[in-house]
Design a protein. Structure first.
Length: 300
């Protein structure tokens, strides 16, 4: 990639990191998308200035991605990356017109979030016996927190002891873009967390007391451990093909909506920036109503 273009990308990435407060993973995705685009431009059209990049060049790149059978969802992410990049350049007066002005995202078929039936989760937490080891205690608590709060994996492993407010029965979660949200928790979960923290000092010699959940070496949990643990336990609950921590987040939201929770309240609990991201859970409820109607109504 020409050094000139590289000099435009780096300030943009720094803007995402320090002003938008995006995660390192998200910034890496932006960087990958931008490098891929400008490499394509360089190979096919030569070393152009930003001002010389036309919408037709962008459409040509998108067409090349479709030819490689890149999923529409992934292409839409790349479109979003370019839109943000050129919007930043417009604001800095590097360009006068964005080549992304007329670009629209591709249509993506909506898939309903995978979740676990309420009876199955209830039976699991009532009857499953976790190993009487530190790993067993940790796994049990992380599953409870996932299901009862709907937090993301990154939010769970970064939960700190001082984010639990026992007196007001809630936890403070630091979400995407360092946005804070409060999630109410019941007395049973408060008690479980308090007991776990006390036990931590008995089981482990010198544990990290900053983070709630730690491994048997007293260190903060890492994502792959949590992912594998959740997958292992969900194998005991469901035959669904998807068995990730995000399935428990979907389950949390779906059970709330199915039991009459206001969709705006669910949006706040999940930390979604827009209601559109939350409304997908209403589709699960509609599907359930259809099933009930089909089984119960004499004319269905």
């Amino acid at each position: 990639m020409p050094a000139l273009l590289s000099s435009f990308i780096q300030p943009f990435l720094e803007y995402l990191a320090y002003q938008k407060r995006y995660s390192p993973h998200t910034i890496t995705s932006y960087q990958t998308d931008l490098i891929g685009f400008f490499d394509f431009i360089s190979v096919n059209y030569g070393e152009l200035a930003l001002l010389d990049i036309k919408p037709a060049f962008v459409r040509s790149w998108l067409a090349s991605l479709k030819e490689k059978n890149i999923a529409s969802k992934s292409i839409n992410r790349k479109i979003s990356s370019l839109k943000s990049f050129f919007k930043y350049q417009l604001r800095n007066k590097t360009i006068d017109v964005s080549p992304m002005a007329t670009m629209v995202s591709l249509k993506v078929s909506k898939r309903l979030p995978s979740f676990i039936e309420q009876k199955d989760t209830s039976d699991f937490f009532k009857h499953f016996e976790f190993a009487d080891t530190w790993q067993g205690k940790t796994d049990q608590l992380l599953l409870k927190i996932f299901y009862q709060t709907g937090v993301r994996l990154s939010e769970l492993i970064n939960l700190k002891t001082n984010q639990v407010d026992n007196s007001n029965s809630n936890i403070k979660v630091i979400g995407k873009g360092n946005k804070e949200r409060m999630i109410p928790i019941n007395n049973e979960l408060i008690s479980d967390i308090s007991f776990y923290i006390k036990e931590k000092k008995k089981y482990i010699g010198n544990p990290d007391e900053q983070y709630i959940l730690v491994n048997d070496k007293g260190k903060k949990l890492y994502p792959k451990y949590v992912y594998n643990a959740v997958k292992s336990y969900l194998n005991k609950i469901t035959t669904n093909s998807k068995k990730s921590p995000h399935v428990l987040r979907h389950t949390f939201a779906t059970h709330l909506v199915n039991n009459g929770a206001d969709i705006n309240a669910v949006k706040e609990l999940l930390g979604h920036s827009s209601l559109a991201a939350t409304q997908v859970y209403t589709h699960n409820s509609i599907e359930k109503l259809k099933d009930i109607h089909k089984k119960a109504h004499p004319k269905s």
